[in-house]
Design a protein around this ligand. Structure first.
Ligand code: NOJ
Length: 533
């Protein structure tokens, strides 16, 4: 690939949820070959890189974020040869590829955990995970009051084969996802080696799962009554998130990545609320980027958005890092639905996309947002797979609604996701043929064409991507800014047409907009526009 300086600083990175992208063999699950076959679509869309969610050997208790073997591909998703073929094909198209690394926890099916369970308390095999005796006379109380992010306690008690209860182990997520003990040197060495395994194969970087979670307060103190144990809410200080020690790990990983030829990017998934705390992960000798969850969770509100944009740019700029923008991923309700659903949700989502793609820095797109897919809110109960559903006592439906397989063709289910007659792992809604790629490709005004046009302009115009922005005066409800040279971006978040001082050519708009006349532009409600000149 062409050498390019710090490519991640302005890349459009497309997230592939492997299980739901394209199923080449008809087993109902997406796979690596399916992705390879569809790469030309991503090249046409105009993305610079893809990020693959975990495809490693896994019981899929948490969609693959429960890894049983970090150095192999789950047979459902393919083989290492399929991975190499995919990576090679992506590089041939000029698309970089980053993969997920899941260092906070493994699967309970991992060889180390099995060994730990078979060993006696105090055995070194147990020290790779967080095993503790319980409290109370018979150790029947968990070691502390930590809660699992998926509901219920964060500790599970082991039983011997004869049923005698013994120690407890920590799992911030599902019981099938035991937390590693990062005070143990072997854990560090193992992940150094896992990183090298994939770097040697040629990956362009890693997305680091629960990047703020590996180091725990050594005293394992109780959390405050009422503290929120929610991955998506970084507002509470917790003794297992964002501890200072985690930064030492990233200094080391950064050196490993830098020791490889080319430019390998490290991206943090750190649900930490304060932008200045997030920026600490991006100091020059640590990671390169972090997902901007403050932006993702910002409501449809111009002053809040402006505050988040300014805050993010300032915090990241202070450590010399680029800012990222993201509206959706596999853990949150799709933004068409978050913004109100239906026609209004889509109108807002399209405007939000043009805003995001014009901001300084890089963007993460989640598969299907280029089709304007909504959240599927009516999946049958018996199809739900997210552990949240069972762990919450079936009160929270979880994240399956944003993970429904992609529609590629019109016609009937599975709409080209897999071969005709195959049954996808989650049902695809009947109406999704109309949203498929084939139904939108080349159709003026479609969401797919909007993304393709905007991503193309973003590549073509020097003004976009990395750089600075300047806010311009605008009526209430409108965000208006300039990217130099020569691009102005206006987003009307309000419910009425707004008049803004503007001239020049309309490069792209999220809905119908008449060209400016006499120095003024009538910008319809919930619409965004990029102007030149
Ligand atoms: C964050 C991932 O994005 C999510 O899907 C997963 O459940 C947790 N980390 C645990 O690995």
């Amino acid at each position: 690939m062409e050498p390019q300086s710090r490519w991640w600083r302005e890349a459009a990175i497309y997230q592939i949820y492997v299980r739901s992208f394209a199923d080449s063999n008809g087993d109902g699950e997406g796979d690596l070959t399916g992705i390879r076959e569809r790469l030309p679509h991503l090249a046409e869309l105009g993305v610079d890189a893809i990020w693959l969610t975990p495809f490693y050997v896994s019981p899929l208790a948490d969609g693959g974020y429960d890894v049983a073997d970090y150095r192999d591909v789950d047979p459902r998703f393919g083989t290492l040869e399929d991975f190499d073929a995919l990576l090679g094909a992506a590089h041939d198209l000029g698309i970089r590829l980053i993969i997920d690394v899941v260092p906070n926890h493994s699967s309970s099916a991992h060889a180390w955990f099995r060994e730990a369970v078979a060993a006696e308390p105090g055995d070194p095999a147990r020290s790779r995970y967080v095993f503790r005796d319980g409290k109370g006379p018979d150790g029947e109380q968990p070691p502390n009051n930590w809660k699992s992010i998926f509901g219920g306690p964060a500790w599970t008690r082991l039983k011997r084969p004869d049923g005698t209860p013994e120690q407890w182990y920590l799992h911030l997520f599902d019981p099938e996802q035991p937390d590693f003990d990062w005070t143990h040197q072997e854990v560090h060495d193992e992940f150094d080696d896992v990183l090298r395994f994939w770097l040697d194969r040629g990956v362009d970087g890693f997305r680091i799962d629960v990047a703020h979670g590996m180091v725990k307060d050594p005293g394992l103190p109780d959390i405050a009554e009422g503290a929120k144990a929610d991955l998506l809410d970084g507002s509470t200080t917790l003794p297992y998130f964002d501890q200072d020690g985690v930064h030492d790990i990233y200094r080391r990983w950064s050196a490993i990545a830098a020791s490889y030829p080319g430019e390998r990017a490290l991206v943090a998934e750190a649900w930490v609320e304060d932008a200045n705390r997030v920026a600490r992960y991006l100091r020059p000798d640590e990671l390169h980027q972090a997902f901007n969850f403050e932006y993702l969770t910002a409501p449809w509100d111009p002053s809040r958005l402006r505050e988040v944009i300014d805050g993010s740019l300032a915090a990241n700029g202070a450590v010399g890092a680029t800012t990222t923008w993201v509206l959706s991923n596999h853990d949150v309700t799709r933004h068409v639905t978050r913004f109100g659903g239906g026609e209004q949700g889509l109108r807002r989502a399209r405007a939000a996309t043009l805003l995001m793609l014009a901001l300084p820095g890089s963007v993460y797109l989640y598969q299907g947002e280029e089709l304007g897919l909504p959240e599927v809110t009516d999946l049958p109960d018996d199809s739900l797979q997210d552990p949240t559903w069972e762990r919450s006592g079936r009160t929270e439906r979880g994240r399956d609604g944003c993970r429904v397989p992609l529609p590629w063709e019109d016609g009937s289910a599975p709409f080209g996701f897999g071969p005709e007659g195959s049954t996808p792992w989650l049902p695809v809604p009947e109406g999704w043929g109309a949203l498929s790629r084939a139904s939108q490709r080349g159709v003026e005004g479609s969401t797919l064409e909007l993304y393709t046009r905007a991503l193309g302009l973003r590549r073509e115009l020097d003004a976009l991507g990395d750089g600075a922005m300047t806010w311009l005066d605008a009526p209430e409800g409108v965000l208006y800014f300039e990217r130099e040279p020569g691009v102005r971006v206006a987003v009307n978040l309000g419910g009425e047409t707004a008049e803004i001082a503007a001239s020049g050519e309309v490069l792209v708009s999220s809905g119908p907009v008449a060209a400016p006349a006499d120095g003024s532009l009538a910008l319809p409600a919930e619409t965004a526009v990029w102007l030149r000149g």
